[in-house]
Write a protein that binds this ligand. Structure first.
Ligand SMILES: [Zn+2]
Length: 385
């Protein structure tokens, strides 16, 4: 089965060979065959196919790559959000509320909620989803979370070291997260992550878990410098982590370290929006030469939005990214943060993750914030939205 999407006003390919960031082709067509992109180019030259879809002059983008989300949970925290908006400060401890509800939920409840959120994302153009554990915090519960995540998410991250559960001292819990819990979770995950922050895990504890994860065959990523200018970004670079996530409070040395490494700075502006914190300085990172990704951090506490378009709008309006930079970071940047070469771009051979907008240009994602602008979505060549 082959399908041509034709009459594309603006095709964003993210082709690095194009040399202009988004690699835009005007008046384009794109052919999907066997789940991959088989051809792109001027519409007039498109080969014959079994089916065709008329994009009616609108923009077509690679599906969003949401490289940071916490989707295996039960229970929402709307009241906590309302309290925070009334002046209460955000602290990492709110996670414990979700832990209680998640532990009490059935496998089916967790699976249904995960499926609901991944579906919600797909209908907004997100075709690659990373999903973390971290609301179980026992060997059995963390194993359950990564096992269920692996059924539905594209990328699975073991985040046993999310917060220290009640009844543990941090050193003892760190040991558990680096030994028995890790062994139970590693078969279901590709990544190991730690929330390295005051009130969670310090750099030595994070290093212990991440190095044990690396030994178990997982690759590191890190919640870094979200609330304070701590040591986590340096640790991420030291361990060649794929991504340092949040990067809200950075020293000059942190920016230099990111710019001269393979570690992507993943910015999560929905969190700062939802916790009323200062935004990370995307301009400083980009100007220094760091690779920047945008992701939602979708979770029931600090940001309950699954909208990558919203992240793009905030990144442009309040973090001084250009629309082109923000769209690249939400697609190709996310792919870099997951060390994936098959997604985040629309060049021949890529996975056919295709996002047709209702708008004529990628700029509209920031220009028309809050407005649904997804017309059609293919994931791996299948219509999902
Ligand atoms: Zn997170």
């Amino acid at each position: 089965m082959s399908t041509v999407i034709t009459n594309i006003g603006e095709l964003v390919t993210n082709d690095p060979a194009a040399g202009d960031g988004l690699g835009v082709i005007r008046d384009a067509a794109l052919v999907i065959e066997d789940g991959t992109v088989a051809w792109t180019g001027p519409a007039a030259g498109a080969p014959a196919t079994d089916e065709s879809f008329d994009a009616a002059g609108r923009a077509v983008l690679p599906g969003f790559v949401d490289s940071h989300a916490h989707l295996v949970f039960a229970g929402e925290r709307a009241e906590e959000f309302a309290a925070r908006m009334s002046g209460q400060k955000y602290a990492a401890g709110g996670i414990r509320t979700t832990v209680e509800r998640t532990r009490a939920a059935s496998d089916d409840d967790l699976r249904d909620n995960l499926r609901r959120l991944i579906g919600e994302m797909a209908r907004q153009g997100t075709t690659t989803v990373e999903c973390k554990s971290g609301y179980g915090l026992t060997v059995e519960q963390e194993e359950r979370a990564v096992r269920i995540a692996a059924e539905l998410a594209d990328e699975v991250t073991y985040l046993g070291a999310h917060v220290v559960p009640a009844g543990y001292d941090t050193a003892a819990y760190t040991r558990l997260a680096a030994t028995d819990m890790l062994s139970a979770c590693a078969p279901h995950a590709r990544w190991v992550d730690v929330f390295c922050e005051q009130g969670a895990f310090d750099a030595d504890q994070a290093r212990e878990v991440l190095q044990a994860g690396i030994k178990a065959g997982l690759a590191p990523r890190l919640h870094a410098n979200q609330l304070t200018q701590g040591p986590a970004v340096q640790l991420a670079v030291e361990l060649d982590a794929a991504s340092a996530d949040h990067c809200t409070f950075l020293s000059d040395a942190d920016v230099d370290a990111l710019a001269s490494s393979r570690t992507v700075a993943t910015l999560l502006p929905g969190v700062e929006f939802s916790t009323r914190q200062p935004y990370p300085d995307a301009r400083r990172l980009l100007d220094a030469g760091a690779t920047v990704a945008l992701a939602t951090d979708c979770n029931p506490g600090s940001c309950y939005s699954s909208s990558m378009a919203f992240c793009i709008a905030v990144a442009v309006r309040d973090m001084h990214m250009t629309p082109a930079e923000a769209v690249w970071s939400a697609t190709a940047g996310g792919a870099r943060a997951l060390r994936r070469t098959d997604v985040g771009h629309l060049t021949p051979g890529a996975r056919a993750d295709v996002h047709v907008l209702t708008a004529p240009s990628h700029i509209h994602l920031a220009y028309r914030p809050g407005v649904p602008q997804t017309a059609a979505v293919w994931k791996h060549g299948h219509r999902v939205g």
